[in-house]
Design a protein around this ligand. Sequence first.
Ligand code: CU
Length: 176
Amino acid sequence: MTDNSPSAAFEHGFHTVAERHERIWLFISLALLSLLMAGAMYFVVADYGVVVKTAGYQRHPEDAATGAFAVDQGLMRTGPNTYAVHMLAHLWQWTPSPLHVPQNAEITFYITSSDVLHGFEVQGTTINVTAIPGTIGKVTYTFRHAGSYNIICNEFCGIEHQNMLGRIIVDPANHS
Ligand SMILES: [Cu+2]
């Protein structure tokens, strides 16, 4: 087959068009990927919402574990059906524990550690926040089922790590 045959011309034309389409689609997929990456990075860095943005807490790691965390305040009412808890992780306990919370109420946990990294995980829920010295983590959860929940530490933190258990007791809402 020579270069100037009709089928060679067709082949050439076909490949030119196909290549243009491939370039366009390659560009679109790369643009989408870049957009996704930029969005993910923005979400993680600027808008994740898990780390409370308070610069003062970053200066000294131990600072976060003072104030509301220093004393066992238990459950604090913040609204008609909203509560806050300052959960302190330390070798090798959770404070406050056992913690009573009402069923179907919005509970906001503020979490920090006074020593090393710990992992605040409440079994059977989606609560999973790393307790970082110097930083306050935040997670909001509504317990829909009454009962007893285990707080476990999911970040290896030393010799008693496996015994670092806490308890959240969800008291049934009054349906009367
Ligand atoms: Cu721990």
